[in-house]
Design a protein around this ligand. Structure first.
Ligand code: FAD
Ligand code: SF4
Length: 392
């Protein structure tokens, strides 16, 4: 879909300009011009007295899939620090690229970001496409999607992966719409069907009760956002070499409707669950928010961090950033100690790939024991103090 001004009919009355809720239309030289902020809401069409604006839906032709090669990873950065999910995407992307016998490329956008390209190469990228410009200093949908979309059109990647972060979840769909292709959100597994080079994108569906594998057979690139914490990180090799390709900036600041006036960082509690080696997680079996103090004591003794089931977050016992599971964080620590957690499928979705799972639950039939390597049937308020005593 696209919004188009029929120039022969447009009288330059500027009614559309006044009525666009997104300030995405401007009258220039007596003609309305649709800008980058257009959301295709159609408001201007209804308001134009001369029927000079229309919505076009070009027939979607299947792409020539053989023209697309290469696996791309969006190298998300914040404050010029590459986000840890990027290294997971590089690890997974390397496998996919090797299966497809093609190259793995990273796309790096920002301002003063160039030197980070070396790190991406060391972590598996064969090429890094770099867009280094003041206009890209902070993430904005319009600027990032435009520069990356233009690169997609030019270099035609076969697969594009983004982290399922706030930025990736915003950018991915926007790129997919621009490129006229599909996107599978929140993937937990990616595989290549070698017969036809299709990316098999698996993600939880129907509240996590089944896993759906989705393909994008006729359009390219095949696009996925991938859950942080699920894929193995790439192994760094400082001796690797690769190419740097500069991406041009073909637009000016005036063309970007979004302006960043100020950045206010969250002052809420923050915890990095994805990088934790030891996690002591609590569920409703704690009985109250107070119970997390005991878990914190155990976590401190073990050099780990505290996490939680969603039920405790919903009960207001702990901040949402501590939640593990399908709608929380996916974790893969060396040791996950589940205390008073029943083991609902949505919780398991976020922790069952932990190296060792230890469950403490007073109900011997709790489903958590089905995934536990070690199970302790008992009251956590008796078991945890005893554990700490044993630790000395
Ligand atoms: P409960 O299921 O109430 O389990 C409490 C457990 O504690 C019981 O097994 C009980 O035997 C045990 N217990 C009680 N007292 C003690 C004691 N003194 N000592 C030892 N054991 C004790 N949940 C998540 O965790 N993460 C998610 O991301 C998530 N996403 C969801 C998404 C959707 C769409 C839906 C529908 C649900 C989601 N849920 C999620 C909720 C999930 O279905 C469960 O409701 C939740 O995980 C249950 O939390 P719990 O195990 O803490 O509580
Ligand atoms: Fe503005 Fe909506 Fe018209 Fe786009 S379609 S120019 S957003 S009124």
């Amino acid at each position: 879909m696209a919004i188009r001004v029929i120039e022969e009919k447009c009288k330059g009355c500027a009614l559309c300009e006044k009525n666009c809720p997104f300030d995405a239309i401007q009258v220039k030289g007596q003609k309305a011009v649709i800008g980058m902020g257009c959301t295709e809401c159609g408001n201007c069409i209804e308001n134009c007295p001369f029927d000079a604006i229309e919505k076009t839906s070009p027939e979607k032709k299947a792409a020539d899939v053989s023209a697309y090669r290469g696996v791309w990873v969006f190298a998300e950065q914040r404050d010029n620090e590459i986000q840890s999910v990027v290294f997971e995407l590089l690890g997974e992307g390397r496998k996919l690229a090797d299966e497809l016998e093609t190259e793995l490329c990273a796309v790096l956008c920002g301002c003063g970001i160039r030197e980070q390209a070396e790190e991406l190469i060391a972590c598996g990228a064969d090429k890094v496409y770099v867009a280094d410009h003041e206009i890209l200093k902070h993430y904005r949908t319009e600027s990032y999607s435009r520069v990356i979309f233009e690169a997609i059109e030019r270099y035609k990647p076969e697969v594009v992966l983004l982290g399922a972060t706030h930025i990736g979840r915003d950018l991915g769909p926007c790129l997919a719409v621009k490129a006229g292709t599909g996107l599978t959100a929140d993937c937990t597994k990616l595989e290549i069907d070698r017969e036809n080079r299709r990316l098999q994108q698996t993600r939880p569906a129907f509240g996590g009760n089944l896993m759906a594998t989705i393909i994008c057979p006729s359009h390219r690139p095949q696009m996925s956002t991938v859950r942080p914490g699920v894929m193995q990180k790439s192994v760094r090799d400082g001796g690797r070499t690769g190419a740097l390709i500069d991406l041009p900036i073909t637009f000016t600041e005036d063309e970007i409707p979004t302006k960043i006036l100020d950045i206010i960082k969250s002052v809420g509690e923050k915890v990095s669950l994805t990088d934790a080696k030891i996690i002591v997680a609590g569920g409703m079996g704690l009985g109250s928010a107070e119970g997390f103090k005991l878990l914190k004591e155990l976590a401190d003794r073990l050099g780990g961090v505290v996490a939680s089931s969603r039920a405790c977050v919903d009960a207001g016992w702990i901040a949402p950033s501590y939640q593990v599971g399908q709608t929380g964080t996916t974790v893969k620590p060396a040791v996950y100690i589940a205390c008073g957690i029943s083991g609902a499928i949505q919780h398991l979705a976020g922790m069952q790939n932990s190296d060792y799972i230890i469950a403490i639950n007073k109900n011997e039939n709790a489903p958590i024991f089905e995934v536990a390597d070690y199970g302790i049937v008992g009251d956590l308020y008796r078991v945890i103090p005893e554990l700490m005593e044993a630790l000395g």
